[in-house]
Design a protein around this ligand. Sequence first.
Ligand code: GLN
Length: 449
Amino acid sequence: EITADQLTQDTLKGIKELEPKLNAMITVVDDAKPAQNLDLSNELAGIPIAIKDNIITNGIKTTAASHILYNYMPVYDATVISKLKDAQMTIVGKANMDEFAMGSSSENSYYGAPKNPWDLTRVTGGSSGGSAAAVASGEVVAALGSDTGGSVRQPAAFNGIFGIKPTYGRVSRWGLIAFASSLDQIGVMTKRAADSAKILNVIAGADEHDSTVSEKEVPDFTAAIGKDVKGLHVAVPEEYFGEGVEPAVKDLINEQIKVLEDNGAIINKVQLPHTKYVVPDYYIIASSEASSNLQRYDGIRYGYRAKDAKNLLDVYVKSRSEAFGDEVKRRIMLGTFALSAGSYDRFFRQAAKVRTLICEDFDKIFAENDVIVGPTTPTPAFKIDSSIKDPLKMYANDILTISANMAGIPAASVPAGLVDGMPVGFQIMAKRFDESSIFQVADFIERQN
Ligand code: GLN
C-alpha cells in the first residue's frame, strides 16, 4: 500500500540517484504532484511517466535536445499530454534524445549522450534513448517516445524493454515537435507489452487538432493480452536476415520464431525486395521534410537568438549556425538540396516513388499474413563514440526499422534475449491499425521467455 504522493516522491528520489550516471533526463520535474482526487478504478492514476523532450508540456521546458530551444517554455500541452493528464498520470521528467530526434544513438543531444543502463560505455540507441534508459533502469515504469525511422523500437531493443510505434494516424501529433511529418508517430515504452497497451488506449484516437489522426474506433488493446498464437500467420522476410545482421542476433530471433511455430503459428518465408533502398530513400524523404519543418527556428519567434546580428538575414544565419548541431545542419542541407528546383525531380520525386514500392511490398505480404517478424536491429547496442563520426554507418543501423514508417504500419520491439550480455529486440509489424496483433505476439513472447 503506497500513496500516489509517496510514489511520486520515491520516483523523483530514484531519478536523482540514477541521473548522474545515466543522463536519461534533460529536465526533472522536481515539483511533480499526482492529480487530485485520484480515480482508483483507473490503473494508471497516479503513475509517474517520462516524456521525450520533443513532446510539448505546458509549463515544463521543452528543448528537443536542441540549443535552439534552450529556453522554450510551452504554454500548451500536446494532445497526448492532455490525455495522460486526463488519465491522471504524473509527468516526472523530460527525457534525453537526439537533437530534433535525428540520430540512432542519442549522441546528437545538446545535453550529452544518455548511457545504457546495461553497460554505461554503450549507447542507449536513439533517438528516444533517454526514454528507453529511464524505463530500463527503473527510473520510471513508462515513457513516451517518438518514432520517425525506428526511434522508439531501436532504443527499446538496445535497453531490453518493449516499445511500440503505432500506425501512422493512430495517435495525434499535435504538440510533437515536427521532424518528418509523414513519418513521425508518438510511441510508448514500458518493460511489458501489457502496460504499453494500457497507455496506448489512453493516448490513441481522433483529435480536432490533427487531421491526420484516423476517426476509426480505438479497440481496447489490453484485450490482446494473454492470448495464444495458434493459427496466426507469421511472415519472416529473408532480407531481415542479410549479411549486415550479426549471426548471434539472427540465432536469437530464430529461436523466438521457433517458439511461435511450436505453439501453432504458421511461419511463412517472404521477401521485402525493396529493403535495400530504404535507408537512402528515408534519408531523402526525412531530410526534405525536416528542412521544411525546421524553417520556423529563425531566431525571432522563440528560442536562441544570436547576439551580434547586424540585420535580419544575419539574425537567421547566425542564430541557426550557432544553435543547431552538426547532424541537424547536415539534414537541413541535404533536404533543401533534394527539394530545390534543379533536384526535386531527380531526388524527392524519385524517393517518393520508391516509397510507394516499399509500401506495396508490405501490402502483398499482409494480404496473406497477420504479422511480419524479424530482428529490430542488426546488432546490440554499440559503444559510445564508435559511430558518431561516421553518419553513413549510423544511418545503416536503421535498415530494419525504417520501412514501417515508410508504410505507416504499426511495429514494436520486444526483448528476445542477450548477446554478450546486451539485449536484442524482436520486431513485430502488423497491418495498419492492427496494433492488437502486435500486442498479442509480444505478450506471448514475453510469457515464454
Ligand atoms: N535514426 C533515424 C534518423 O536519424 C530515425 C530517427 C527517428 O526515428 N526519430 O532519422
